[in-house]
Design a protein around this ligand. Structure first.
Ligand SMILES: [Zn+2]
Length: 326
């Protein structure tokens, strides 16, 4: 993985300012929790801040990109950056034990040591595993900084949250997402629409721009907007659409994310009186905010059920009925 510098992280100026300020005063907390929506740069910032802490020649509030430490990071080969990746879906208790054994020794380079634990709302759902980490979070070895990331702090054990300094991350501005898409040479003509529907998530916007999903997405949206449960043939059309979506395989999750972003954009556009894309406006005109909220809740339920390996076709049918109902 290439070295990432803080300056390269899109937006999140407040988070970056907080982190740099604490560091310049020698007051970086020993456990940080980056929390906020998915795809807005938490993991990227975690890597960039780790590089900053480990850099031997920091300059201008950032890593230098040239010192031995930066070069090791660029080669994905820095002994003092410990990335705990889940084995399978979750982090195992043995991995935490192993981490503790490693931390019992001094850092290799004599400076900071950084431990990254990403997406802990998914990778660390078991209290047993989280609890095994608590003591270390409370009394970490000297010069060790833990950086945890999570989508919203709500799903995480309060005991973990209380031992970390929370750093909030926010949705990115549409213009920033658009500019990054354009800079990446992606979907030049579609960049503004994609940005508008990305919910401030660059990851989601890229997912949207790159996949074959874009074509399906347009068709699914127009079919959804055209469907009304009271019209003849609605049952067959809803089932056909459900079958099509369920057949998306790995892209199903992205499709549901897009539906979520679309409804969220309709809700926010209504709240702020902002203009959105054509489909966003159509949704906003058709459903009042209370209905949009119900639909968003249905989407969350469907996402949860799919993660639990429920029957995909069935989950999609129930979801679509809920989505087309006025
Ligand atoms: Zn450096």
């Amino acid at each position: 993985m290439a070295l990432i510098r803080l300056a390269e992280v899109a937006g999140q100026e407040r988070a970056k300012r907080l982190l740099r300020l604490a560091q310049s005063r020698g007051r970086t907390a020993h456990a940080l929790l980056f929390h906020g929506p998915a795809g807005v740069g938490k993991k990227m910032t975690a890597r960039a801040f780790a590089a900053f802490l480990l850099c031997q020649a920091q300059e201008g509030g950032d890593s230098c990109g040239r010192c031995p430490s930066c070069r090791k990071l660029a080669a994905d080969n820095h002994p003092d950056l410990l990335v705990v990746r889940p084995e399978g879906a979750q982090i195992k208790i043995d991995q935490i034990r192993e981490l503790k054994r490693t931390l019992a020794y001094a850092s290799s380079e004599g400076g900071f040591r950084v431990v990254l634990l990403a997406d802990i709302h998914q990778t660390m759902p078991r209290a047993e595993v989280a609890n095994s980490l608590l003591k270390t979070l409370e009394e970490p070895p000297a010069d060790t900084v833990f950086i945890l990331t999570a989508v919203e702090a709500a799903g995480i054990l309060p005991t973990i949250v209380s031992r970390c300094q929370g750093i909030p991350f926010y949705p990115l501005a549409d213009e920033l997402v658009r500019d990054r898409l354009l800079a990446g040479g992606l979907a030049l003509d579609k960049a503004p629409e994609i940005a508008a529907i990305s919910g401030g998530s660059l990851v989601r916007a890229r997912e949207f721009a790159e996949g074959g999903l874009l074509a399906s997405w347009g068709e699914v949206l127009s079919e959804l907007l055209a469907l009304s449960p009271v019209r003849p043939g609605a049952v067959e059309r809803v089932f056909a659409l459900a079958e099509r979506i369920a057949g998306l395989k790995e892209e199903l999750e992205a499709m549901l994310n897009l539906l979520q972003a679309w409804l969220m954009a309709a809700l926010l556009a209504g709240a702020a009186g902002r203009a959105g894309g054509e489909e966003v406006l159509a949704a906003q005109r058709r459903w009042p905010p209370a209905r949009l909220l119900v639909k968003l809740e249905l989407l969350r339920l469907a996402q949860r059920q799919l993660r639990c390996n429920c029957n995909r076709a069935f989950v999609c049918e129930v979801l679509l009925w809920g989505l087309v109902t006025d």
